[in-house]
Design a protein around this ligand. Structure first.
Ligand code: NDP
Length: 296
C-alpha cells in the first residue's frame, strides 16, 4: 500500500482563501477589518521568521497586522502594559505573543494576561478550560489544523481509535481534546508509555507530536491508518540541512492509508488556522455569525 499524501500546503491555501473571502464580506457589509497583533520579545531567529510570515499572510487575507517588536530585556511590567493596551484596543481582535519568551519573563503570567476573547493561540487558561469542557473557545492553531485535515480526509471521526503521541499543552493535550470532541476513542501516549509501537498500532488516527526526528516508523502504523506528523525537526543528513517530521515518512507511507508530509503538511495549516481564529474572534466580538468550517 502507498499512502495518499495529505497536502497541507494546498489545504492551507484553501483555508486562507476562505478567510480572505469572509474578511472581504466583513469589510464591505459591516465596515469591519479584523486586526491581529503579534508581539515578539527578543531576537530569536526562528521566531523572527515566524512573526514576519504571520504578518505577511495576515495582510494577504485583507486583515490589519500590528507587529510589536520588543527588546530582549523588556521588563514584565512593560510587556503586560502593552498587552493591556492591546486588550483595550477595538481595532485589535487577536493577540499573539510569540513563544518562547526570554527566561526572565513568566510565560504563563503573560499568556493569561491576554483577553481570552482575543487569545487566538488558545493558550489562555480560560480557553484551555473551555476546550476541556466542550464549550466554545479559541482553539490552539496546530491541533485545529490537524483536526481540519482529518475531517477533510475522513469525514466523520466518530468511533475511530486515535492515538496522540505527545502530551504538551500546545499540541498533544488540545489535540486529544479535539479528537474526543469528535467522538474518537483517544489514547495519549508519552515518554513513559509502555510498548509504544503496540499502542500506536491500535490507531486508526495516529498523531505524532514528539519532537524526535523520524521516531515513528512504519512498524508503529496500523495498515490503512491516517498519520498526522506534527513534528518539525532540523537535522543534517549527507552534510545538508534537512527538515524532517517525527514520523519516518518512507516506511510509514508504505503502511498508512494517508499521511501528512514534512514540510508541506501540518506546518502551513498552523498559520492558516491563526488567521481563521482571528476571523472567528472578530465575528464573536461583533456578534456576527462565525465562519463555517473554520472552527472546531
Ligand atoms: P514537547 O517537547 O513540548 O512535547 C513532546 C512530547 O513528546 C512530550 O509529551 C514527551 O513526553 C513526548 N515524548 C518525547 N520523547 C518521547 C518518546 N521517546 N516516546 C514517547 N513520547 C515521547 O513538544 P511539542 O508538543 O511542543 O512539539 C512536538 C513537535 O511538534 C515538535 O517537533 C515541534 O517542533 C512540532 N511543532 C510543530 C508545529 C507546527 O506548526 N507544525 C507547532 C508546534 C510544535 P513526556 O511528556 O513524557 O516528556
Amino acid at each position: 500500500m502507498t499512502a495518499k499524501v495529505i497536502d497541507g500546503k494546498e489545504f492551507a491555501a484553501r483555508v486562507r482563501a476562505q478567510v480572505a473571502e469572509h474578511v472581504a464580506r466583513l469589510k464591505s457589509e459591516n465596515g469591519i477589518v479584523p486586526g491581529l497583533a503579534v508581539v515578539l520579545v527578543g531576537e530569536d531567529p526562528a521566531s523572527q521568521v515566524y512573526v514576519s510570515s504571520k504578518g505577511k499572510m495576515t495582510v494577504e487575507v485583507g486583515m490589519n497586522s500590528y507587529e510589536h517588536k520588543l527588546a530582549a530585556d523588556t521588563s514584565e511590567k512593560d510587556l503586560l502594559a502593552l498587552i493591556d493596551r492591546l486588550n483595550k484596543d477595538p481595532k485589535v481582535n487577536g493577540i499573539l505573543v510569540q513563544l518562547p519568551l526570554p527566561g526572565h519573563l513568566n510565560s504563563d503570567l503573560v499568556i493569561n494576561s491576554i483577553d481570552p476573547a482575543k487569545d487566538v493561540d488558545g493558550f489562555h487558561i480560560s480557553n484551555v478550560g473551555l476546550l476541556g469542557t466542550g464549550q466554545k473557545s479559541m482553539v490552539p492553531c496546530t491541533p485545529l489544523g490537524c483536526l481540519m485535515m482529518l475531517r477533510d480526509h475522513l469525514g466523520s471521526l466518530s468511533g475511530l481509535n486515535a492515538v496522540v503521541v505527545g502530551r504538551s499543552n500546545i499540541v498533544g493535550k488540545p489535540m486529544a481534546q479535539l479528537l474526543l470532541g469528535d467522538s474518537c476513542t483517544v489514547t495519549i501516549a508519552h515518554s513513559r508509555t509502555k510498548d509504544l509501537p503496540g499502542v500506536c498500532r491500535q490507531a486508526d488516527i495516529l498523531v505524532a507530536a514528539v519532537g524526535r526526528p523520524e521516531m515513528i516508523t512504519g512498524d508503529y502504523v496500523k495498515p490503512g491508518a491516517t498519520v498526522i506528523d506534527v513534528g518539525i525537526n532540523r537535522i543534517e543528513r549527507d552534510g545538508k540541512a534537512k527538515l524532517v517530521g517525527d514520523v519516518e515518512y518512507d516506511s510509514a507511507a508504505k503502511v498508512a492509508g494517508a499521511i501528512t508530509p514534512v514540510p508541506g503538511g501540518v506546518g502551513p495549516m498552523t498559520i492558516a488556522c491563526l488567521l481563521a481564529n482571528t476571523l472567528t474572534a472578530t465575528c464573536r466580538a461583533h456578534n456576527l455569525p462565525e465562519p463555517q468550517g473554520l472552527t472546531a
